[in-house]
Design a protein around this ligand. Sequence first.
Ligand code: ADP
Ligand code: MG
Length: 626
Amino acid sequence: MNAPAPNIMRFAAPIRRLPEAVSNRIAAGEVVERPASAVKELVENAIDAGATRIEIAKADGGKSLIRVSDDGCGIPQDQLALALERHATSKIDDEDLVDIRHFGFRGEALPSIGSVSRLTITSRVAGADGWQVAVAAGVLSAPRPASRAHGTTVEVRDLFYATPARLKFLRTDRAEAQAIGEVIRRLAMASPAVSFTLTDVTEPAQPRKLFSVTGAQGDLFDQRAARAAEILGTGFAENAVPVEAERDGLTLSGQIGLPTFSRGAAVAQHITVNGRPVRDKLLLGAVRAAYMDVLSRDRYPVVALHLTCPPERVDVNVHPAKAEVRFRESGTVRGLIISAIRHALAGAGHRSTTTISDAALGAFQPGDHAPRPVPARTGWSAQGEAYATRPSWGAYPSAPAIDAAATAQAPAGFAEADWTSARGVPGATDALPEGAPLGAARAQVHENYIIAQTADGIVLVDQHAAHERLVYEKLKAQSVATGVARQGLLIPEIVELGTDAGRLLDHAEALAEMGLLIEPFGPGAVAVREVPAILGQTDPAALLRDVADEIADLGTADGLRGRIDAILSRMACHGSVRSGRRMTADEMNALLREIEATPNSNTCNHGRPTWVRLGLDDIEKLFGRR
Ligand code: ADP
Ligand code: MG
């Protein structure tokens, strides 16, 4: 109870300079947090050295061994010891702090790692002899000759053995190994011309190759595309759209996945800034905002994006591991990313994810437990089991028969969106419409799916999902054109928000434009006077809290636009044609034409596809005709 606070000095102690080994160890605490950070530093050094092949070996999650070998320029014998000295670097001159051509510039990695482990560097410059130096817990041994091809191998054994406190905080071998894999994938994505291999040598007699990519050919765009396909899978190549945009001297280039090709976590989001892989909040937030419209909150897009920026407009020296960067014009960067991604997605036109079509195709395989309206077994049983379970498609009623049954009442939600009335579109029995990728409606099944015939296959449309998207896009267009109409509350609602109140009031003006009129009401509270009319009866407190969260999350009024969009999206869902309603041929065709004409309409507001296609080749494959 009476123990003195540890940070109060009782006696003035003399000020001393820290011994180098100690200051290195302190630096190591920042630069090398875990085995993966040591791997990152060593691989970056190899890339900086101009390597074309980098081989990484690790044992026990990198705790007992990390070895990085490269075929780069090597370190001359007389500089080996210097490389291990703090603040000694070959990558900087006296004037500019950061040479953008290199990853390194602090001159801290090797001395830091050497101060907490047993480190050996073996290196040879072309045309000279090879040399080796070793350092253990910061104590250097004299260089000795060693033979090897040109390049450098850095071996780190027993990382953190000299700092037991840090050792205790390491995670399981498995978790550390995963982090190493992640670091290598990110660096490999940023340096597509370099070959990388990662091998686990925990069992020295049975090395396991975990990762291997080969230096890609072609121009930079092609190299990056090839590397993205290697790392994110060929599925990415098939389900991605290119991004190329430029604004005020900043350029963004790369590929982004279609919303239907999303993931459950942010693991497949690769962003580089001037060639450095980064995990930067501003950039990731902009990607998220760009997809907000087409992806639900728990899904993450797959992206491989490369931002190039004049070096004087970005500071990469704000984070010891250089994962975060600071831009001079962060608004421009954010705007560039959002508009480029949205533009690319809108331009993706009528593409649906191949993986989903593939999955559906799998479901079409014979042997599925599909209900069979008229089992056509007669004469088939002799052909064997597989054929006997195949449904007979000819048994479905033809399209005109369905039309006759489906001429009933048009529900309110549908009338509002104005494609109920026939607008000269061909009926189900007419020829295929010209230049209409979604073809002509032939039938509606299970009161939610439209089957349309296209020039080279069939298209299956989820009418509810598609309609929801169309209503949403209309609402958005209205709100942009004329502003969101407000509706006054009879009695202003007082909402207690605590510290969020200030944040909301900071954006009061922008909120008013989006239909939400608020005023300060004493400390920590806000009075709501008007809400967006479009919402009808709504709970102002819940709405306000959601908006406050959104602002906290995104940090700008941009989020409010997104917030309104999210609200519009939810409304669209309620105002849409539910599944379970029969549609006439004209209605169905009008819906198809509307999908074709509406941006983003190939996915619903939650990122699910609104339609899938099955090519004639695929159909023929199903029946063994190909
Ligand atoms: P930095 O990378 O910030 O310069 P490091 O401590 O990582 O600092 O490396 C110190 C120096 O050692 C580098 O500037 C470079 O000259 C040399 N070096 C390190 N690794 C390699 C390598 N794999 N190949 C060639 N030179 C290297
Ligand atoms: Mg370095």
